[in-house]
Design a protein around this ligand. Sequence first.
Ligand code: PHE
Length: 338
Amino acid sequence: MQELSELIESARLAFAQAEQPAALEDAKARFLGKTGALTALMKELGKLPHEERRARGQEINRAKAEIEALLNERRTAMAEAELAAKLASESIDVTLPGRFRSEGGIHPVMRTWMRIEEIFRSIGFDVADGPEIESDWFSFTALNNPPNHPARSMQDTFYVDRVDEEGRQMPLRPHTSPMQVRYARTHTPPIKTIAPGRTFRVDSDATHSPMFHQVEGLWMDTNVSFSDLKGVYSDFLRRFFETEDLVVRFRPSYFPFTEPSVEVDMMFTSGPRKGKWLEISGAGEVHPNVVRNYGLDPEKYIGFAFGSGLERLTMLRYGIDDLRLFFEGDLRFLRQFN
Ligand code: PHE
């Protein structure tokens, strides 16, 4: 009796210590297998006197049944633990926020770009595009810049480690004006185009960024006068700002590539920003030397050009006061435009 209950206890312990199914099967063999402890006891039954055999046999069988029950209990517990672990590792936390791909939006400067294209296309302007790494000739010489003009200097213009056909170091275009020349040289009058794009200058503060956007405009024909410039540009501003309540002023200025040259200013006459003149663009009648560089006869062809900053137009349209917001990529800012 004593011996059998000790056997049961050591089986319980062995089964409990088995951590893997294989270890449990090993333990089972030690007690219930062909060479196991219980089988050994059974074999000894034969040596017992006949009268004791039956009672002993029953005791052993009860112990065997108990050990089998312990084994099954342990097997079930092991299977349940395994299942629980599997479920835990594969579980889905439905309270976690879902994974999603956010939708892109249109940058406010890009919206301005698109609006400008739409407005100018509607009055018959073509839209042109050109290189951001320009030759010295298109950037400056063709635009009637004297060789020592400050715009060429390293202080204003970024240069790339590359030379053009003339062997001169190439700038990142500091304005879109080279596109006047590129477009005019490859088209025949009447020429009516805008060229929006990226421009670069060594400049960085609340109102200047080393990379910014301009749109160049050019209309050349036999009779395109300064009053055409006034009409087209004023009309553009009214459509761009979607209001009739603004006035436009053409203030005398200087550019090497236009004569006469002006700064275009505008002022809202109603709304929160009324009553303040705002500088918006450079413009003028194309200088005869530049017309010549277009490959055209300045005695025959005349027209106007303008160059306006897209960031500036965007800031005025939406009342944004810091240019740097455009380039920081802060979604709280950008989402307001989508
Ligand atoms: N290129 C000039 C600038 O960047 C603007 C301009 C363009 C002026 C065309 C006159 C004519 O400031």
